[in-house]
Design a protein around this ligand. Sequence first.
Ligand code: TEU
Ligand code: CA
Length: 548
Amino acid sequence: MNKHEWWKKSVVYQIYPKSFNDTNRDGIGDIPGIIEKLDYLKELGVDVLWLSPVYDSPQEDNGYDIRNYRQVDDLFGRMEDLEKLLEEAHKRDMKLVMDLVVNHTSDEHPWFVESSKSKDNPYRDYYIWKEGKENGEPPTNWTSVFGGPAWEYDETTGHYYLHIFAKKQPDLNWENPKLREDIYDMMKFWLDKGMDGFRMDVINFISKDPEYPDGENGDGSPYFMNGPRVHEFLQEMNQEVLSNYDVMTVGEMPGASPEDAKRYTNPENEELNMIFTFEHMDLDSNGDKWNWTNLDLVRLKENFEKWQTALHGVGWNSLYWNNHDQPRIVSRFGDDGEYRVKSAKMLAICLHMMQGTPYIYQGEELGMTNVHFETLEEYRNIELLNMYKEKKEQGWSHEDLMKAIYVKGRDNARTPMQWNDSENGGFTDGTPWIQANPNYNEINAEQALADENSVFYFYQQLIRLRKEIDLITDGRFELLMREDPNVFAYKRVDDEGSLLVVCNFSSEEVAIDEEVLKEIQGKPIVITNEAEANRDGLASYEGTVYRI
Ligand code: TEU
Ligand code: CA
């Protein structure tokens, strides 16, 4: 590992600013609110902070629709606040990574306003405009990720523009070299301020199939992802911008396979440091994410094994259970009732002992859970609100829809961070933009900091172990007990020895395979969530790591 690869030994903490900490009582988290909590984050021990977008935006998709890339949204504060945050983070030896959303902008971005004016406007080719089909239908049958067609007809010029996400999020045309230059300049603007890198939103969507064929899956995939020029664009971006700074990059990439990931993250290709895969997040649904099913642990294990093995010695993995788009992991693959604390710790062990850079999403370190709002009116997220309408028309019942929202809705991740047991969990003294999860009385940072057995201190310990034990960063991955439906067991191996990780994903006591048992008998424990570890089997939701 060379010194520029500091991100291999780092743990990243994702902040969703809108829901983190409000200081001016408008019910919306803000940058001064983040500064206030830097010591808390330092105490946790994370190395890098990733901020979801704080740029000027009409907030159709909570800032993933950017109107001005070089300005901070008033909602969150001013540029001086952001500069202060950067300075204060650096003072504490933490890095700050920005969200880079360049597959699309807001339709209120001046580029788009110009682009829509006429077919010969100088900004016309900044976006993807096409004529409709002869029969009057949109250019392709692609649908938007947020429902409805991915094309919007524009009266002024009689053409359609492409929006893979909301209507208010038109896709940029990366085929246009002028657009690319403008993006690179904007990236330099932030890196010259001292920012430490970027998380790149749906960055594998920037190259589309130039033929624009109709999609076979009814949604346009695979034609809008991993297109023919994506590697070329990323290499150019690296050449023009990234290679001149000591920064980290992580590309969010729905629909990327381990083979794709090898190309994106192999340092020889000079593209990105790592990517976010979606494969492990899609295992508990059938196709459409709202058609949820229970998790089959055997498939989850296979999937991690595939990624761990494919990228070992070639590229680099990111490791995550949670982000602002995903339900809370303790409610999803753990138990948010009786075994909340225990299962949250087990899940943390399971992920953090793998090879890659772990990401912690705000509140994960407290074992925060999914939310069950009574009425649809309490929800805010555009994706789930659109989905509700669309599926209602298709005949889904209200009950089934609410259930799907409880299990899969993105607002599960977006309820306010729970700081203490005062009103709104201490997030705001005003009216929060989205209600707090009522369990803040019991689950909150103040409580966690006062309890030495909390999930918080467990994460702290895991982060520390990563600094102490090189095997965690470097070792190769070997899956054990492959067919077992409840136990996720694996080894991390190098020349010096190995770590053996056993995790019970069930509330039952379960047995361990003979061979594994032999290996761990009497061996020192590195970390465990179980007081009586090292018996013949595993207790409910036990997670234990042995040094072999
Ligand atoms: O997400 C990309 C993405 O594909 C998700 O929309 C995902 O499919 C969905 O959340 C599953 O429910 C990124 C951002 O993380 C997300 O917040 C944005 O809404 C989206 O891009 C558009 O910028
Ligand atoms: Ca505020």
